[in-house]
Design a protein around this ligand. Sequence first.
Ligand SMILES: Cc1ncc(COP(=O)(O)O)c(C=O)c1O
Length: 393
Amino acid sequence: MFSSRTPAQLLANKLTLIIEQKILTKKVIIDLTQSNPTAIDINYPEQEILSAFANPKALSYQPDPKGLLSARAAIVNYYKLKGIFINVENIFLTASTSEAYTLLFKLLMEPGDSVLVPVPSYPLFEHLAQVEGVKSISYPLYFDGGWHIDFYVLKNVCKKNTRAIIIVNPNNPTGSFLKQSELTELIQFCKDNKLALISDEVFCDYPHYDDTERVNSIAQINEILTFSLNGLSKAAGLPQLKLGWIIINGQGECFHEAYNRLEFITDLFLSVSSPVQHALPTLLDLAPIIQGQILKRVLSNYSWLKEQIKIESVCRLLPVEAGWYAILQVPKIITEEELLLELLIKDNVIVHPGYFFDLQTEGYLVVSLITKTDIFQMGVNRLLSRIDRLIYL
Ligand SMILES: Cc1ncc(COP(=O)(O)O)c(C=O)c1O
């Protein structure tokens, strides 16, 4: 039933073996793929976080398929501060955004149905769909100085058995937001094809600058069936606490049917632990302290990187509107895989190849901007010198 290993998985295995050997010989590895916010020297308000879990209420079990009202009310407040108004009854807690996807695939699709997923983007969609017996169909985003949905291709790849389209807003790793004009076209496309719209908004708290053209969230859109996903993993830099949420919206019979069925599915699992639900109001109050530090790191690493690329003009840094990643376009003198292996073997640097995120052509590397600044600078310097040596020596 499951396909054999993808090139990305085979490469990951090769890299893991090399890394293990390097660790055995006590080599220091510079990791430019770090995406774990708890491993990058952020000053978490530790006492406040731990105290949030010392709530005696967490000792009793009050199962609710949507999650505790107090936790959902805290999410309403999180959106209110962004000027977005959500009905507390439209929120369903989940253990993570990844789990939210699988719940929505169970809700919206029968085995054999399909879902439209963007490329380049978060690389797990194909696997998340596959474990639910659902087919993922890629639709491209194209780059012309900014990233846009290719509506022409999108309309052509949509099938009779397609039930939903996923957008990642802002997208990972392109760091691009959906624009207002694209949303209008997307809503019409969903109406024409009777599709639900699923929007992954986990990076919405990390815009690099303001822009009135962008869509910050679709959580209030109810002309079609919509699901907006987010969670503590990125919003509070606390992936280990395992709490995400779905906001469902829509109209009429289709909305009520989906709502009741989602309630039925979440009732089967009741997967979110009580302690984290009770802690959520405090955790969301603390979130800006954590977000602020991560965003500061991201912005300073990006602006330093931009300065280096000015000097090292054989590479190009793609613009970023939001999020934790940057894409570097590098000369195609060797393949991405060969470059990755050179960097790891000779320079002890790990970086993501563009194809890991389904960037459509060779010649791209993705670096994590949340990396500790000294490590980031050392890793990027080695990367740029390696490219120089490949070109000029
Ligand atoms: C775009 C995107 N969505 C979802 C997730 C997973 O989030 P969670 O930890 O809530 O499952 C990630 C993780 O990096 C992500 O990049």
